[in-house]
Design a protein around this ligand. Sequence first.
Ligand code: ITT
Length: 199
Amino acid sequence: QKIVLATGNKGKVAELSQMLAPFNFEVQPQTELGVTDADETGLTFIENAIIKARHAALATGLPAIADDSGLAVDALQGAPGIYSARYAGEGATDSDNINKLLDALNTVPEHQRGAQFHCVLVYLRHAEDPTPLVCHGVWPGIITLSPAGNGGFGYDPVFFVPSEGCTSAELSRERKAQLSHRGQALAQLIALLSQVSHS
Ligand code: ITT
C-alpha cells in the first residue's frame, strides 16, 4: 500500500518512516512527490492534521498520513502549542525557538517547568474521506535550563524525560519512538488500521 507522508519536516519524516518500516506500507514523503506545504489555518492539532492530510491526498491521489504536533508548556498556559514550529517567527530555526522558550521561562523554577509534547496523526483514505482515523499521543516532560543532546529535532534538546534521566535529544531514535507522543499516536493508528482492514 502506497501512502503519502504529508509533512515537510525532515525530523518527522525520519521518525515516521522508521516507525512504519515494519508494516506493509510504501511511504513517500510529500516533498518527493512535489507536494507543497498546506496552509495550516486550523486552531487545533486535529484541524491542522486533517488540512495537511487532505491537501496531500488531493495532490497525489494517494492515502495520506499527516502529523500535527507541538509542545504545550504549563507555565505558558499551553503555548507554543500549535505554533511550536514558528514560535520565534516565520522561518524560525529550531535553535531560535529553543532560545525564545528558555527566555520566556527565565524566571520559572524547576518544579514549575512541566510541559507535554502532543502529536495528532491523521490517516485519510482519500481527499474526501468522511471518516478520517485520528490518533493523539501525549508525552510529559520538564523544560531544562539549557540544551543537551544532538538527537531528534525541534525542542528535543530542552525536553527532559524524568524516567530516562536525560533529554529526548539524548535518547536513541528507537527509545524515543517507544516513549514519544509520535510513537504513542502511531501505535494507536496501526491498531486502528488493522481493525479497519479486517472489518
Ligand atoms: P509539517 O507541518 O510540514 O508537518 P512542521 O514542523 O511545520 O512540519 P508542525 O506545525 O506540526 O510541523 O510543528 C511541529 C513543531 O513542534 C516542530 O517543528 C517542532 O518544533 C515541535 N515538535 C514536534 N514533535 C517534536 C519532537 O518529537 N521533538 C521535538 N520537537 C517536536
